[in-house]
Design a protein around this ligand. Structure first.
Ligand code: JHZ
Length: 418
């Protein structure tokens, strides 16, 4: 069930340097019933390393995909308005850029509940979703997005191709980090693309992760933390050229990579490669003090929350996010500090956050209970959450952000756009 890697997930080099050891952690999306929590949960090591050869940051531990993304996988993309808007813009841009029509095919890997593909469908463009998590895949089918509930790999790509299916566009957003066999996944994309097809891949950017100390985005589902340097080599190994890159603010800072079989690296790719080298991302030194900075977030967060508790304050949290699990479990923020967590996702409500015994409730609980402070675990959606929770703020509720450094928000702007 657990495999520990000794070689790089991308280039197979054994030159892996230790960046950070987060210790034994529960699985971030393995939300538990109160009974399961009482029995105790499985924990797995979580060790971050850097590959000196291809510069890919990654974790050493591989938890079986069936365990990570099985029947109870609770992540549904459609609970963030901002993500829905971001995805719609992504779809409209691709339709324009690739001149997609009723004769095209858009395939999405990790299509979740159909949040993105429905935008293509609305414009009459044929789509195919692929997602191994049964709950989200069923939700997609329910809104009419055809979805194969399977893991995508090169074998599946060959099968689809033999059925006459080839893609004009493959979208793989926030999935490449989740794949244990990275090379086989990219090979699959390469097989499934038409000669003039393109793939677009979105992932949190390792530079933002390191510089903003977003250590909580490290968990077992995220096996790799990509850079342009690492992705260009990975694509090239499978006959795809990375030809464009865009920086996006979502999820704490992400990159959208564009690849295709018959393309040439454009200016943005060249600029990013040069900038990554100049910033030092290609050398282990860049990652050396990350662990110390993470440690100081832990110390400060605990100091802040314990201080508030000592003053008799009540603290809740917002967002039963996977990253919230890493943050709380690593820092030791548990049910003694947090009364409850709220989340809009109905599939998460009624369960407990992994490892810390904190119940998940509907977001209305904030105004009903009026805790003095709310720790924003889904800090990547801070603006959206603050706008939505104007009533809690208006009644005197206060907010704490943990990342990039723990702080109580002094002024809360509730009208800004995402
Ligand atoms: P969210 C996810 O990670 C899932 P997570 C995944 N592991 C991935 O790769 C990354 O994103 C990139 C809730 N919420 O999306 C919804 C509200 O309740 O930041 C979610 O449960 N109200 C595949 O899980 C959670 O917060 C709201 O208004 O760390 C956010 O989780 C909003 C906006 C969100 O990421």
């Amino acid at each position: 069930m657990l495999e520990i890697r000794t070689t790089c997930r991308s280039c197979s080099s054994p030159e892996l340097e230790l960046v950070l050891n987060l210790g034994e952690m529960p699985l971030s999306d393995a939300l538990v019933t109160p009974e399961e929590y009482a029995k105790g949960e499985d924990r797995y090591g979580l060790t971050v390393v850097f590959c000196r050869r291809c510069c890919l940051m990654q974790i050493k531990e591989t938890v079986e995909a069936e365990v990570l993304f099985g029947a109870d996988y609770p992540y549904y993309s459609s609970f963030s308005d901002y993500l829905l808007q971001h995805s719609r813009e992504n779809a409209l841009q691709l339709i324009e850029r690739q001149k997609l029509s009723g004769a095209s095919l858009v395939v999405e890997l990790a299509s979740n509940d159909g949040y993105l593909l429905k935008n293509f469908q609305e414009k009459g463009i044929p789509v195919l979703g692929i997602d191994p998590a049964p709950g989200p895949a069923a939700a997609a089918e329910k809104i009419g997005v055809p979805t194969l509930c399977e893991f995508f790999d090169s074998e599946m790509a060959r099968r689809l191709r033999s059925e006459g299916k080839r893609a004009d566009v493959i979208v793989a957003n926030n999935v490449m980090a989740h794949i244990p066999d990275l090379n086989d996944f990219v090979e699959g994309m390469s097989i499934l693309l038409k000669e003039d097809g393109i793939c677009t891949v979105e992932n949190p950017y390792v530079k933002d992760l390191i510089e903003n100390c977003e250590f909580d985005t490290i968990y077992h589902e995220h096996q790799c933390y990509h850079s342009v340097t690492a992705v260009s080599q990975l694509f090239a190994r499978h006959g795809l050229t990375l030809f464009d890159v865009e920086h996006l603010p979502i999820h704490g800072g992400s990159l959208r990579y564009y690849g295709g079989p018959n393309q040439e690296a454009g200016e943005a790719v060249k600029r990013y490669l040069a900038e990554e080298e100049a910033a030092g991302l290609t050398s282990f030194d860049y990652y050396r003090d990350f662990g110390q900075r993470v440690e100081s977030i832990k110390t400060e967060l605990i100091r802040l929350l314990r201080g508030l508790k000592a003053e008799g304050k009540r603290i809740a949290a917002y967002g039963a996010a996977a990253k919230g699990s890493t943050l709380t479990n690593y820092t030791g923020v548990d049910h003694e500090l947090l009364d409850f967590v709220v989340d809009r996702n109905v599939h998460k409500q009624g369960l407990y956050m992994p490892g810390i015994g904190v119940p998940i409730r509907p977001v209305e609980a904030l105004v009903e209970e009026m805790p003095d402070y709310v720790l924003i675990l889904a800090w990547n959606f801070k603006d959206e959450i603050l706008r939505q929770q104007a009533e809690y703020t208006g009644k005197g509720g206060q907010w704490i952000v943990p990342i990039p450094y723990p702080a109580v928000l002094e002024t809360v702007e509730t009208t800004s756009q995402p």
